[in-house]
Design a protein around this ligand. Structure first.
Ligand code: AMP
Ligand code: GLY
Length: 416
């Protein structure tokens, strides 16, 4: 088979790497790809928003299957566009991806189907939102309705902070169309866990739980990022918690989406908060997480392509999905300044000699045979071992051999 993977981050490199192990695949293309995907796939210079360009390429190249793990194109309807062109693509339709595309919709959906989540209210005007927060218990969380590249969640500790955030959203239009509505919700305390799950619309097969570290600096301080590292399995996601999630959160979500005419085929990302009062759904994403995917795929024993095809054929219930009984630690090497301003184009050294540790490229490009930095998150360093402490030290040992100008990484990934 010929496969096209849409995207160019560490997640897409990990997916290309896992697919390259499948005996059924002859060629993988990655659009636009990066310096790492070029090692296992052929990079194609088409951006993920150019649906016409991607469809034209898929037709001309006789691509058998396209895989889109990115939220922006999914929410914008890439799956519908490919299907309308008679092409096979793995991912949720626009209707199903709406569960991530609108937080107001997601919260109303959770309420309708009795899925435990933070108490909330939704607003489309500054005056009403301001009136509501005057009586709300601090801290609380303001979320813009639409996709906001991870920046649309504001945790407010004071009323002044909240008023300023609402002003920026409604008056300054800081988040554009994404901020025309907001959700204001209760602040939850507990332990976070990311669960990614294969879905065929009816059957849902969760992967091992993962612990993402979203804050930029050690000790969970500093600004929110897309994720600075992952430990999997998440030790807090015990068998008992997994069972509770399946019964009260995951199955009601998949069944609810089907009942709403939004059948979900793809990989669903459940952002969970394990609280003293049970597990609550923080958020849905309509695609696998980054860097969770880089951590989880090295644990997958079953052929990834077989699982994807089973999802698309609605036969996931007939698949045995098996995982290695190991621990994995993924540490992100970022450009100094991320998630704020940073420079790119710096040569990366040490990529050739990392022992058994995997290096998935998050933001790199190949220039004249050299790999240079090309993003905020640059490398995902992924080590697998029998136990978490050994996986952690292997990842950090490998990190010590890597270098680029202004390289920054957290020193406490997996320290939970
Ligand atoms: P998101 O961009 O939706 O993944 O949210 C970013 C982060 O904000 C989450 O990973 C949580 O750490 C935090 N967060 C979101 N909603 C809540 C909440 N209701 N209570 C506490 N923390 C939250
Ligand atoms: N790592 C969090 C996410 O992919 O949304």
């Amino acid at each position: 088979m010929k496969i096209l993977v849409v995207g160019g981050g560490g997640r897409e490199h990990a997916i290309c790497w896992a697919l390259a192990k499948s005996p059924k695949i002859q060629q993988i293309y990655c659009a636009p790809g990066n310096g790492g995907t070029a090692q296992v796939a052929q990079n194609i210079p088409i951006v993920n928003t150019d649906f016409d360009g991607l469809i034209k390429f898929a037709k001309e190249t006789a691509i058998d299957l396209t895989i889109c793990p990115m939220d922006d194109p999914l929410v914008a309807g890439i799956v519908d566009a490919f299907q309308a062109a008679g092409l096979r693509i793995f991912g949720p339709t626009k209707a199903a991806a709406h569960i991530e595309g609108s937080k107001v919709y997601a919260k109303a959906f959770m309420q309708k189907y009795g899925i435990p989540t933070a108490e909330y209210a939704a607003f489309d005007s500054l005056a009403e939102a301001n009136e509501y927060i005057t009586g709300a218990k601090l801290p609380f969380v303001i979320k813009t309705d639409g996709l906001a590249a991870g920046k649309g969640v504001i945790i407010c500790h004071t009323l002044d902070e909240a008023r300023q955030a609402l002003h920026e959203i409604f008056v300054d239009g800081r988040f554009g169309a994404s901020g025309q509505q907001v959700v204001i919700e209760e602040f939850l305390t507990g332990v976070e866990c990311s669960v990614l799950a294969f879905c065929d619309g009816r059957t849902i097969v969760p992967m091992p739980g993962a612990k993402d570290h979203k804050a930029a600096y050690d000790g969970d301080t500093g600004p929110n990022t897309g994720g600075m590292g992952v430990l999997a399995p998440n030790p807090y996601y015990t068998e008992r918690i997994a069972k509770e999630c399946m019964e009260k959160l995951f199955i009601p979500t998949i069944d609810g989406l089907r009942a709403e005419g939004r059948e979900f085929v793809g990989v669903m990302f459940f952002g969970l908060m394990i609280t003293a009062d049970g597990v609550k759904m923080l958020e849905y994403n309509c695609r696998p997480g980054d860097p969770e995917t880089q951590a989880l795929l090295p644990l997958l024993e079953t052929d990834l392509l077989d699982i994807i095809l089973a999802c698309m054929d609605k036969k996931l219930d007939t698949m045995d999905v098996n995982w290695k009984n190991n621990a994995v630690c993924c540490v992100i090497a970022a450009s100094g300044g991320y998630p704020g301003n940073y420079q790119t184009g710096y040569p990366i050294s040490g990529l050739g000699s990392t022992g058994g540790v995997l290096i998935f490229h998050s933001g790199t490009k190949a220039v004249d045979g050299n790999v240079v930095t090309n993003g905020g998150r640059v490398l995902s360093v992924v080590a697998t071992a029998d136990f978490a402490p050994a996986a952690r030290s292997a990842a950090y040992n490998a990190m010590a051999g890597l270098n680029f100008r202004d390289m920054y990484y957290r020193k406490d990934i997996g320290d939970i």
